[in-house]
Design a protein around this ligand. Structure first.
Ligand SMILES: [Zn+2]
Ligand SMILES: [Zn+2]
Length: 167
C-alpha cells in the first residue's frame, strides 16, 4: 500500500515538470529557414544542423563527428562554436533554392529538407523525387502553422496550457 502512495505524488510532480519542458523544445526543435524573397520553410533543428541518427549514434555530417545517442550531447554539439563555424562553410546552394541543398564534397551533398546525404549524380533526381517533394511541402506547410502557433501563443501564453494541465 505504501508504494502506490509514494508513487502518486511523484507522478503529479512529474506532470507539472513536464509542462514547461514540452513548450521549450517545441520551439527549439524546429528551425525557420527564410529564403531570398521571403519564402519560409520550417525544418527540424537536427535536419538544419546536419545531424543524422545512424547505427546507434548521432552523426554530424559537416563536422564528421559521432556522438552517443544523448540529446544533451547533441544539443551541445549544435550550439558549439566549432560546429557553427563549420556549418557556415556549407551554405545552401543558391541554384537549388527551397530544396535546401548543402554541398559537402564534389560527390556528396546534404538535403536539409529530407535530412539525408545525396550523391551528386543523384541530386537532380532527388529534388524531383516524390519523397523529397513530399518533405518539401511539409516544410512549407509547417511554416504556415508555425506562424499560427506563434501568434496563438502570443495571445494565449503557455499559461492557458499550464492551467489546463493543473486542473
Ligand atoms: Zn557539427
Ligand atoms: Zn530531399
Amino acid at each position: 500500500m505504501s508504494i502506490p502512495a509514494l508513487r502518486q505524488p511523484n507522478l503529479t510532480k512529474k506532470d507539472h515538470e513536464k509542462t514547461p519542458f514540452k513548450l521549450i523544445p517545441d520551439k527549439r526543435d524546429f528551425f525557420i529557414v527564410t529564403l531570398k524573397g521571403g519564402k519560409k520553410l520550417v525544418v527540424s533543428s537536427d535536419a538544419y544542423h546536419g545531424i543524422l541518427t545512424a547505427g546507434g549514434f548521432y552523426r554530424c555530417v559537416f563536422c564528421e563527428s559521432e556522438m552517443v545517442l544523448d540529446i544533451l550531447c547533441k544539443e551541445r554539439h549544435k550550439s558549439s562554436q566549432n560546429h557553427r563555424k563549420i556549418l557556415e562553410n556549407y551554405p545552401h546552394v543558391e541554384e537549388y533554392k527551397e530544396n535546401l541543398i548543402r554541398k559537402i564534397t564534389a560527390s556528396t551533398n546534404y538535403c536539409t529538407v529530407c535530412n539525408v546525404i545525396v550523391l551528386s549524380h543523384f541530386l537532380q533526381k532527388h529534388v524531383l523525387a516524390e519523397a523529397h517533394i513530399k518533405e518539401l511541402n511539409k516544410a512549407l506547410t509547417r511554416a504556415e502553422s508555425y506562424k499560427e502557433r506563434i501568434s496563438q501563443s502570443d495571445e494565449y501564453p503557455p499559461l492557458s496550457n499550464y492551467n489546463k494541465n493543473k486542473i
